[in-house]
Design a binder for this molecule. Sequence first.
Ligand SMILES: *Cc1c(COP(=O)(O)O)cnc(C)c1O
Length: 374
Amino acid sequence: MEFRDLKRQYQVHKQEIDHAVREVIDGAHFISGPQVTQLERELAAYVGVGDCIACANGTDALQLALMAWEIGAGDAVFVPDFTFFSSGEVVPLVGAVPVFVDIDKDTYNISADSLREAIEYVLHHTDLNPRAVVAVDLFGQPADYEAVRQVADKYGLLVLEDAAQGFGGMTEEKKACSFGDISITSFFPAKPLGCYGDGGAVFTDNEEWAQRLKSLHVHGKGSDKYDNVRIGLNSRLDTLQAAVLLQKVRFFEEEIAACERVAAEYDERLREIVKTPVILDGMRSSWAQYTICLRDAQEREHVMAQMKADGIPSAVYYRKPMHRQEAFAGMLCGAERCENTAYICDRCLSLPMHPYMEEAELRAVCESLKKAVG
Ligand SMILES: *Cc1c(COP(=O)(O)O)cnc(C)c1O
């Protein structure tokens, strides 16, 4: 059994994907081909924002956003303590200080109360200038942007939405990648909308930032790439990846609906025996992960071993709080009070989840899990 079965997806959609890839190779317009512009247009329309700028990966997308805002030395950027490394990695990369903030124990997303406390700490105990908050749509569910926005507005912070896992998620009114002042996603193969290599995109409604982002991701170009007006990156999405994505967006909504059915089935079978994911009223998750919470670390190790013995893959996202990553040692300002993160890191477990899961596979996962927790 696969944790996320990309081969099955390809088998179902082989014809149109092969055709799209062949077209790019025949045309030999490998960099900045017409498929890239078309994808940017389609994704901006899907999300409902003015501009989409495709780039090389989600991590670059985060860095580009911070660069567009000219965040750097002396600035503090608030990041959830429970997320993939990238969300925080880009902060010191631009010379700023990451401040890690605790999460909500149910949704695993950033806690607005902890954000407020961390900002107050920075204001009273450091010389740093609070500039932005990275809100992550972890496992596919949008963060609580109403609450985050309230705190951000109070302290004049910019909101950067990290929807690397959240693309396709939504509230009743808005889609993921439209919640941030700038929002980003990743097309890493295992993400909800994945390509066949690395890829990412930045979204914004602000025209000035959009112009800056378009320049920054092509060597800080001015009128063309041989006229350079700022220091930038070489961070473009390949035409081949854009062509693959243009095919995949056509069945993306169907795939999310299929994931929702898998999640509902898991909920039904597992609700009584483990803590199943909490999706808030009015929220749609893109189901990047289906993550349960066990009683303690010991039970988790036992469950993982049992599942492994039954031939069922599972994964721990994430085992270590961000502020305890060695890479950040010596950079922290002391604001980290992240009890919920520590609790969840010891107990979370992600189960196989993808749109092509079969009933028999789902049953096998649940039976193995039931056997393990007794
Ligand atoms: C995957 C991921 C990223 C980074 O995306 P890449 O395309 O792998 O660089 C950033 N943030 C989160 C939350 C992610 O899950």
